[in-house]
Design a protein around this ligand. Structure first.
Ligand SMILES: [Zn+2]
Length: 257
């Protein structure tokens, strides 16, 4: 499968910046995990093909691009944009985002093919399919109802943690790790901000090192969701862990598993 972390900000010359303000990971140009920068950074191919969004939780940096993406495609859609998420997450989207005040309630609008957005409630542990890909949500430790997600094709499985302060949900839910080729794991704050990380339910490099002991040591680990202001500090501290299987995921690069 092809996996890309979409950019969300730009350098002075207009080129994509590695700083990640928003969370949005696209699989095979057809499914997005979170939609932070989906409207802003999707390619034309994605705009044509991508109609499924798995939302890990309703924090703004994970959903900011969702209303704008549906709005952008509205006039040309021949099938709805399907949002797959926990019931609590869908409730927040409808109550606090698509509420007519912040943005139109697309689920109440009708086009030739019906409402332009369609919700699919997903429970932890249940397998669900989108095209040829298979997904499963696992619990994350965050301040609000949150999930991580595994994505599998015929050859490989990857896991994406979303925002979380531990890997308990992943280590207990995935079962065997034989087919798991890579884990994309958050690490929002540097160690000196461990108190903020703890209270906001995020990880620091020191926490990440301890949490990774719950997983097989040979799985490739790619760090995502680093707070832009602390990016350099977090990268230096991750390098200091001297874990050969842990790297920072590059924004805008195609990864294949
Ligand atoms: Zn969050």
């Amino acid at each position: 499968m092809k996996v890309k972390l979409l950019p969300s900000s730009f350098e002075e010359d207009g080129s994509p910046s590695p700083r990640q303000h928003l969370a949005c990971i696209v699989i095979d140009d057809i499914v997005s995990i979170d939609a932070g920068s989906l409207a802003m950074a999707a390619t034309d191919t994605m705009r044509r093909q991508l109609r499924d969004v798995v939302v890990t939780h309703a924090h703004l940096d994970h959903i900011a691009g969702l209303p704008l993406y549906v709005d952008d495609l509205f006039a040309t859609l021949d099938s709805p944009v399907r949002v797959h998420a926990l019931a609590e997450v869908i409730e927040v989207l409808e109550r606090d985002v698509f509420n007519w005040s912040v943005f139109p309630r697309f689920s109440e609008l009708s086009t030739q093919m019906g409402p332009p957005i369609e919700y699919h409630t997903i429970e932890f542990g249940k397998l669900f399919n989108i095209r040829d890909l298979q997904f499963r949500l696992f619990p994350a430790d965050h301040k609000v109802p949150s999930a991580g997600v595994t994505v599998s094709d015929a050859n490989s499985t990857i896991a994406i943690t979303g925002d979380t302060s531990s890997l308990d949900g992943l280590s207990q839910s995935v079962g065997g790790f034989e087919n798991v080729k890579a884990i994309l794991v958050e690490c929002a704050f540097p160690d000196e901000l461990s108190e903020i990380a703890r209270s906001s339910h995020h990880m620091t490099p020191a926490v990440l090192r301890n949490e990774l002991e719950k997983l097989p040591s040979d799985i490739e680990v790619f760090v995502i969701n680093i707070k832009p202001r602390y990016r350099e500090a977090v990268i230096a501290q991750i390098a200091g862990l001297k874990l050969a299987n842990v790297n920072v995921m590059e924004v805008g690069k195609d990864y294949f598993w």
